[in-house]
Design a protein around this ligand. Sequence first.
Ligand code: FAD
Length: 466
Amino acid sequence: DCVIHWFRRDLRISDNTALWHAAKRGLPVVPVYIRSEWKNHHAWTGSNRQAFLCGSLESLAKNLQTLAGELIIRKGEAVNELATLIQETGAKAIFYNSDPDPFGKKVEAELRDYCSENGIECCAFHDVTLHAPGEVLTKSEQPYRVFTPYSKSWLELEKPSPHPKPGPLHTPSGIHSLELPTIRTWGLKEPEAEILTPGEHAARQRLKSAISGTVQRYQELRDLPAEEATSRLSQDLRFGLISIRTVYQRVMQARETCKPTERKNIDTFIKELAWREFYMAILHHFPDVLKHEFNEDWRGLPWNEPGESFEAWKEGKTGFPIIDAGMRQLKQTGFMHNRVRMITAMFLTKDLHLDWKLGESWFMQHLVDGEIASNNGGWQWSAGTGADAAPYFRIQNPWTQTERYDPAGKYIKRWVEELKDVPAERFMAPPKNGRPIADGYPLPIVDHKTEREKTLAIFKKHRPAK
Ligand code: FAD
């Protein structure tokens, strides 16, 4: 007898709900990761995130050995592969943590059917957030559509504690496994970007340094992209290299020991974790946000056809230094600072009048932390079309945003080589003399004031009469 643990976006051994329950059965555990076929050619996939995934699987395989476990790798359609593995091993039960995305949920529904038809115990657990979407509802048991009341309810709920270390897994020997994947064996290009170190150990190190450093000054510095003053845990939460319960517990322990005047930093950080859960809840209750605008008033807006301006945005060659810095940071590292994600996203939709779905897809292809719910939420927020979005008329001005959040031009100079020696004041307004601010650097491809007026007119015209 044995049981299967199906690894998905929970690539860790510590505080892993389903793995802990699987080990508690006291039977041998077969840990498996199944690589789905669509990953190579979906418009949301790119080699940065896949390379991080490969590295994380390698580290998971090593970590499992410390529990007498051996990671089995399979490739194909998940339910077929799991059915084959059940036949090969005689497993009686399958354990997994539920996926918050519609794609993952569809596979889970198929697996549940397979299990009930074949007398296999199907054990699904909630693991990805502190609170499942159904736990945070209004008084009339409806999903929240606005963040502030959601976060109030969310904050009041008692938070789950981490699970203890799981017991030994004793994976039976001789089970067929593919080689541990690499970006090459998966037929993908080597990533262009220099990505962070993958794996559970690296994630724990990042949590440790965030708690002793960035989280302590989070409120003050988190909006300044040059400071690198955020936790950098997003890819770890995306792949489950660290559990959200552990993050919450450690951060709250730090709150206990810090000066009372500093607690606001940690409180602000915790609120960001609530944003992550808010967007996952939105995706859970309103999966159609992946197809169209959350706010139906804004469905069918007349977007421009993507052309040269879209290319300039993707490549970081718009002539707007803050936009170009952000887009180049994304290309070079697979990450972009949150403030700059908002500025670049608003620029695409409000200055270039391009569909937010184009940006959503470009971000998903490049971000190591590409998370369907947060990315869609962030894009719809910026486009003014989402749940609790910025109202359409609140359009960030890239020049004044630069003045406010990168006053010394430190962030811009770091990412835009051509602008290294240009005085920072030149990043805060379009050039007056009609000449580029540096050799080889483009003039702004649009005039912000003109495009802003256009956007206001487009939205006003589209708004249904109330
Ligand atoms: P920190 O500031 O240290 O925050 C801690 C954690 O809280 C993050 O790791 C993340 O899990 C969560 N978080 C913080 N801000 C947000 C937010 N606004 N929405 C949801 N969760 C948040 N985040 C992703 O994880 N994946 C994405 O694909 C993604 N796409 C985005 C697209 C756009 C257009 C925008 C505006 C935001 C997007 N975000 C996304 C949210 C945010 O930018 C990142 O979570 C953050 O920059 C990650 O850096 P960090 O880990 O240092 O964050």
